[in-house]
Write a protein that binds this ligand. Structure first.
Ligand code: G1P
Length: 295
């Protein structure tokens, strides 16, 4: 179903320091996962949930992202001449997928600041925030469920995932109450990247949010938090605590997620996605077994 009014906002202004030197001149979102840049999977996920309008909040050095979602007449002409329809289709897919808009973040003051920059573009409808480091396997729909929770209850929604308590300090962490649906919870409190001993749960925010425009008014006065940055988690904590604001709900994701911002997870993502593909899987799967047997 096409959801004409819902737009997606993708903050892609991060420096990608964990992947240096690969990210010295190339944005981390452009690192290939098999044969597509990581960010294309995220745009495809938005499109699969019925979203056609994507706003990327970019930093400096992100021209490659703009180019990737634009058409390349010379290359397309060459492939047409050669009659290489398959490659032509792949090249055109990224520019035909969605309407991709770009906005510079200006100063990099944090995720909350980046989201606030989207205010003008988003207007008065609910919108999705999708972080480029998190890839959600297309076989495990998450965003559609989050949109449905918003439509049914008029609330803001965060995606939550149970993580190993050792790693909760890498995420926003939620205190929750159960609802009548085992995969949907009400969020009562949030804390950004707590120390393990201070974490109220092992439910981590993964990079998908379905927000309503009330968030902009809150972000306007959200003070810098963890790391001196304006944190989206802090703004959502205020929303959850304020009876005058919409409620905040969480959808608990139990599917396959890859954190391509982490080197080891990035390698695992490539292996898992390639092993499942018809063109690569039949040769790759026996090779993985042989390789693992020799370790
Ligand atoms: C951001 C958010 C954090 C969330 C995480 C999900 O952190 O601030 O609450 O859990 O994304 O990936 P970052 O990973 O950008 O430091």
């Amino acid at each position: 179903m096409e959801r004409a009014k819902i737009k997606a906002v993708m903050p892609v202004a991060g420096l990608g320091t964990r992947f240096l030197p690969a990210t010295k001149a190339t944005p981390k979102e452009m690192l290939p996962v098999v044969d597509k840049p990581a960010i294309q999977y995220v745009v495809e996920e938005a499109v699969a949930a019925g979203i056609r309008d994507v706003l990327m909040i970019i930093g400096r050095n992100k021209n490659a992202i703009a180019n990737h979602f634009d058409s390349v007449p010379e290359l397309e002409g060459r492939l047409t001449e050669k009659g290489d329809d398959s490659r032509l289709g792949h090249v055109q897919r990224s520019s035909d997928l969605a309407d991709v808009h770009l906005l510079r973040q200006g100063e990099p003051k944090g995720l909350g600041h980046a989201v606030h920059r989207a205010k003008q573009h988003v207007g008065d409808a609910p919108f999705a925030v999708m972080l480029g480091d998190d890839l959600i396997d297309e076989r495990d729909p998450l965003l559609t469920t989050m949109i449905e929770v918003n439509e049914k209850r008029g609330v803001m929604v965060v995606a939550l995932m149970e993580v190993d308590p050792e790693s909760i300090s890498m995420y926003g962490c939620a205190s929750v109450e159960a609802t009548d649906d085992p995969d949907v919870v009400k969020v009562t409190d949030l804390v950004e990247k707590p120390a393990k001993e201070d974490a109220p749960s092992n439910l981590a925010i993964i990079g998908r949010y379905l927000l309503t425009p009330e968030i902009f008014g809150v972000l306007e006065h959200t003070a810098p938090g963890k790391g001196g940055e304006i944190q989206l988690t802090d703004a959502l904590k205020e929303v959850a605590a304020d009876p005058a604001q919409p409620d905040v709900y969480g959808v608990i994701f139990r599917g396959r997620r890859y954190d391509t911002g982490d080197k080891l997870d990035y390698i695992k993502a490539i292996m898992r996605l390639a092993a499942d593909r018809d063109d690569l899987g039949p040769e790759l799967r026996p090779w993985i077994k042989e390789f693992a047997a020799g370790l």
